[in-house]
Ligand binder design. Sequence first.
Ligand code: FAD
Length: 515
Amino acid sequence: MTNKRRILIVGGGTAGWLTAAYLAKALRLPERSHLEITVLESPDISSVGVGEGTFPTIRSTLQFLGIDEAQFIRATSATMKQGIRFVDWAHAPTAGRQHQFFHPFEAPFYADGINLVPYWLLQDEADRPPFAEAMTLQYRVAQAQRAPKRAGEAPYAAPLNYAYHFDAIKLARLLADRARELGVRHVEGTVNHVALDTAGAIAHLDSVQQGRQERHQADLYIDCTGFRAELIGGALASPFKSVRGQLFADRALACKLPFESPDTPMESCTIATAHEAGWLWEIGLNGARGIGCVYSSSHLSDDRAAEILRAYCGAGRDEALAMRSIPFAPGYREQQWLKNCVAVGLSAGFLEPLESTGLVLIEAAVGMIAEMLPHSGPMEAPARRFNELMTARFDNIVGFLKLHYCLSQRTEPFWRDNADPATIPARLAELLAQWRLRPPGRFDFVLDTETFAFFNYQYILYGMGFQTDLSAGREDFTQVDEAAKLFAKIQRFADRALVDLPSHRALIQQINMTA
Ligand code: FAD
C-alpha cells in the first residue's frame, strides 16, 4: 500500500471535470508524485448538459486553468454574455407592448466620489431613463448587439465586464482535456456499490465497466454524479433541503434552433422572457440558439409548457421541434461535505436556471476545497466551515432569485403565489422593507457567502419598478449638478463605445476564423 494521497472524483460532467482540472492546478498535481486525482466517469449515464450561460468569474477560472480564451471560444461554440435582458417580468405585455429591463454585469458607474443611485431615485419617474441605462454604458452596448471588447484585446480582459454562453457538453470535453494534461487519471465505469466503514465514512466503492468490476479507494471522494448524488445522497444519506416553498420552478423543456441566417445579429446577453407560470431563456451560441421553458409543474401542464415553447420559437402546430424535458427539485444539501465525501455540482444542489448560478457554485465549492482540504488529519472542521459557507451561499441565491418573482405585478396564479409573503424568505422580506427607504448597499451582504453584490440587487429592484422613497432625505443629496454631469458622461461613453466596439457576431466570427 503506497502512502499516496488520493482524490477520487465520481462523475464526468462539467462539475467533475472542472473540479479535476481546478484541483490539479491548485494542488500542483504535475509536481507532486504523492498526489493522485482520478475522475471515474460512467459512459452509460449521460450528463445533464444544459448550463449555457454563466457568470464573469468563469473568465478568471479559465485563465487560472491555463486555457486560452480564443481556444475556449472555438472549442465550446461560445459567445459573450454582458448580462440578462428581462422581458415581461414586471407586467404581462399589454396591447402588444413588452416591459423590459436589463441586468448588466457592469456595476453602476462610480466617479468623483458620487454614488449616482440616490440621484436617479430622486429624479422624476416619468422623465428618467431606465436604471441600467442611466447607470452604465453596458445597457446601450448590449442593446446594440455589440461585443464587450475589440478583437486583439488581451485574453479575458475587456473594457466591459462579461461572461459567456457556451455548449456545456463541449465545455466538459475541453476541461477533461486540460485536466488530463495536468495529470488527472481518467477511468470509465459506473459506480454500483459504495461501502461504508464503521464510522460511516466511505471505505471504498466499486464500479462496473463492460462486466468488469473495479474497486476504488481514496482519501477524499468528490461526488459529481449530478442529480443522482450517488455518494452524498445515495450512500451517505445527507438530507436534501427543498426550497420549493420559495422557488416554484421544477421543470425545463429545452431545444436548439438554427439562426434564421448566418448574418442574423447575435445578442450579447441572455434573454429571459416571463410567461404565465415561469420564464423562457434564449441564448445565442455560435451556430445555434438555445431556448428553454422553465416552469412550475404545480401551475402549468407539460403540454401547455410545450405550447409556450413552440409559440416562442415560432414553430407551427405540426412542425417537429425536438424538445428535451428536464425535471429538477429546487434545493440543496446543508451537509455537502460529510465525512470523507464532498458534493460538487448538481449533487450538492440546484435552484433553477435563472441567473445561471450552476457553474458559479461549482467554482465557489472547488475554490474552497482547494484551500480547505487538510494535508492530513480529520476533515470535520473544514467540512463544517465548508457547509456553513455553501449553505449561506445557496440561501442567499434563493433570496436573490425570489426577488425576480415576488416583485412582479403579473396577475396569473403563479405570479400571485410568488408574491405571497409566506413564500418570501424572512431575510429578503426584512431587506425589502429597508430598501423602501434606502437603496441596497454593500453592508447588506457578507461577501464570502454572496454570489450577487448589492448592485445586482439594485438592477433587479429598480428594473422591476420597486420604489425606494428618498424624499425625506432630499436635502442630503446636494451634488445634483455634478451627478447630472456624470449621467451625461455615461451617455457620451456609450456613444463612443457604439462606434469603437465591433458587432458581437463580427467578433465571434473573427475569433473562429483565426484558428
Ligand atoms: P451532470 O452534468 O449530470 O454530470 C453527472 C456525471 O456523473 C455524468 O458524467 C454521469 O455519467 C456521472 N455519473 C452519474 N452516476 C454515475 C455513477 N453511478 N457512476 C459513475 N458516474 C456517474 N448552470 C449554469 O451555470 N448556467 C445555466 O444557464 C444553467 N442552466 C441550467 C438549466 C437546467 C434546466 C439545468 C437542469 C441546469 C442548469 N445549470 C446551469 C446547471 C448546470 O447544468 C450544472 O451545474 C452543470 O452542468 C454541472 O452538472 P454536473 O456535472 O453536476 O452533473
